[in-house]
Write a protein that binds this ligand. Sequence first.
Ligand code: NI
Length: 168
Amino acid sequence: MTILTIKIYGDPVLRKQAKEITKVDESIRKLAFNMLKTVREAGGIGLAANQVGEDKKLFVINRSFFSPGKDSPLIVINPVLVASHGEQTSEEGCLSIPGTFADVTRQLEVLVKGIDLDEKEIQIEGKGFLSRVLLHEIDHLNGLLFIDHLSSIRRRLLSKKLKKLSTK
Ligand code: NI
């Protein structure tokens, strides 16, 4: 497995709408496993394919982050947000925006559908933190970043930091 390079804020691929995956072949499986290796290595929770330069609808979640010792990664292809409920606010960050954290308000519970590496339909119910992670990753695949959810004042406070990242 290979550790992939994580694209940093300012890279246009992060603003791209990811494309539907029509066939789960060896290249997709390889990409998913490499993404898992990459997110673990980076000490992150989730990673979307466009964060490693591939505009494909695929994300991985490092679930051992939630329950240490238990290794059951979540790989979701062509995710769709089916339902959501409630609201929560807490601090969020992103591997593509290193060193930047801010409170983000998101739905408290979500139901997400997609397919797995065997092209089987899967449904994930996320509550609390998992709901936040799922929504963050779906955002990525739509070209959105967590900073897009902040008020213009909050974003202005971060603008210097962001500018620095995007000109690196
Ligand atoms: Ni992120």
